[in-house]
Design a protein around this ligand. Structure first.
Ligand SMILES: [Zn+2]
Length: 148
């Protein structure tokens, strides 16, 4: 009896997306549903979860492909190849001043008279800044603003 090779593609409609599509989609999924470090829960770009997402696309696959084409046009190149800084959605900015160890929301009184500049909050944290105790930037970033 001859060996018949079974093509996994026949069972997984998601495989009709190109490898580039899948990479882009996976990266996008990771941004939309990032891993929740606190709970040890994986993000949507986790291998198993992403495979499941792609498998369940079904008839939405064409729409997904269209969206990915649009994404590629917006990015001007392969989305998955972009550096994180360019591919990531806009991030809340905080204000830091040279020589001061804290980061602030815009307009914090602690910034008065200081030469402050806006940076993405992740960069402020990476650079070793800690949240200001007066304006509580993390609180503001974590919630929608209440007073406009
Ligand atoms: Zn402050």
């Amino acid at each position: 009896m001859s060996t018949v090779s079974v093509q996994p593609a026949q069972r997984h409609p998601g495989n009709e997306l190109t490898q580039a599509d899948l990479r882009n989609l996976r990266r996008l999924a990771g941004f939309m549903i990032p891993a929740a470090g606190d709970y040890g829960a994986p993000g949507a770009d986790d291998e198993a979860i992403f495979t499941d997402i792609v498998r369940s696309l079904g008839r939405d696959q064409n729409d997904v492909r269209k969206a990915l084409v649009m994404l590629r046009e917006l990015a001007g190149e392969d989305f998955a190849a972009l550096p994180d800084a360019e591919a990531a959605p806009a991030e809340p900015e905080v204000w830091v001043a040279d020589g001061y160890p804290e980061y602030h929301t815009a307009g914090c009184h602690e910034l008065n008279g200081r030469d402050a500049e806006p940076v993405p909050v992740s960069q402020a944290v990476e650079d070793g800044f800690s949240p200001c105790g007066r304006c509580d930037p993390d609180n503001l970033i974590g919630q929608p603003t209440e007073n406009g």
